[in-house]
Design a protein around this ligand. Structure first.
Ligand SMILES: [Zn+2]
Length: 280
């Protein structure tokens, strides 16, 4: 059925102070937002994520949600992106997607989501080692998206090619002042020998660039995937407290500050940091 206001032209007649003009019809805006969301590559399981459905049941999550909201509401006048760091399942991807969706819905901007490893796989599939180039059709939307979410940074296997490619993407976006939100399971600790450290995973050059272009936000919470289907916020709090008890000595600063007892009775911390897991 054709739009009653614009007959599907996308322009509707308006009268202002006796002057007849046309302006963009609501249906045009709605269609634009719908198309932009469809093009944003958000995985199905995160499509429902919004800022309002994010449950912030502790201080670190409240802070993260507030910062995410600030970025979404201030867009496009935002100086820095975000790097959401924390263990798998605390809701980093939820928040990143929520910002992306809100920005697209409010402004019709071009948003793009990629799991970092998926992106590198796609780029590699068009890479020609003989001439050391990648098809620009793959890279262009990644470079030019108004807001890019790069999920699970650091999980990719490193190589010279990966470093080069990631630096190219990140530096181009930095130079053109485009907003990027990263999520990572790795800790931002200044230790380049610890495999759980972001620094170890991405190198000093990339880490210092990320600090220039992003606000680092630590998120500490339960793994929501351990929550039973009928579980609620109370269960998340319980799971979170259980998880905190097993935190290693070098765990997140926020978590450590909140934790008043020593890490383990035997003095040893035994948390396995499943850093390589995707999708959080
Ligand atoms: Zn219309």
């Amino acid at each position: 059925m054709a739009c009653a206001q614009c007959d599907d032209t996308g322009w509707k007649p308006v009268e202002l102070d006796g002057v007849h003009r046309v302006e963009r019809c609501d249906c045009w805006r709605e269609r634009l937002v719908r198309d932009r969301l469809a093009e944003a590559n958000v995985p199905k399981r995160y499509l429902h994520c919004t800022l309002d459905t994010f449950s912030a049941y502790n201080e670190s999550l409240e802070k993260a949600a507030a910062r995410a909201r600030r970025v979404a509401e201030a867009f496009p006048v935002v100086g820095k992106g975000l790097l959401l760091e924390g263990q798998p399942g605390v809701g980093k991807t939820h928040l990143a997607v929520a910002v992306l969706k809100q920005v697209v819905q409010a402004s019709g901007a071009r948003g793009l989501f990629y799991d970092t490893r998926d992106l590198l796989r796609v780029i590699r599939s068009t890479y020609d080692p003989a001439i050391r180039t990648t098809e620009i059709e793959v890279l262009r939307p990644v470079m030019q998206a108004d807001l890019l979410v790069l999920d699970d940074l650091g999980a990719e296997k490193t190589s010279e090619w990966v470093d080069e490619t990631m630096n190219l993407i990140v530096n181009t976006r930095y130079n053109e002042r485009r907003l990027t939100i990263f999520t990572s399971n790795y800790l931002d600790i200044p230790d380049d020998t610890d495999p759980n450290a972001l620094l170890f995973r991405i190198g000093a050059r990339m880490r210092s660039r990320l600090h220039e272009m992003c606000e680092f936000v630590e998120m500490d919470g339960a793994d929501y995937r351990e929550l039973p289907a009928n579980g609620g916020v109370d269960d998340l709090v319980t799971l979170w407290k259980m998880r905190r008890r097993t935190l290693p000595a070098r765990a997140s600063r926020a978590a450590r500050a909140q934790l008043r007892e020593p890490p383990g009775r035997d003095g040893k911390a035994d948390l396995k940091w499943p850093g390589g897991r995707a999708g959080t």
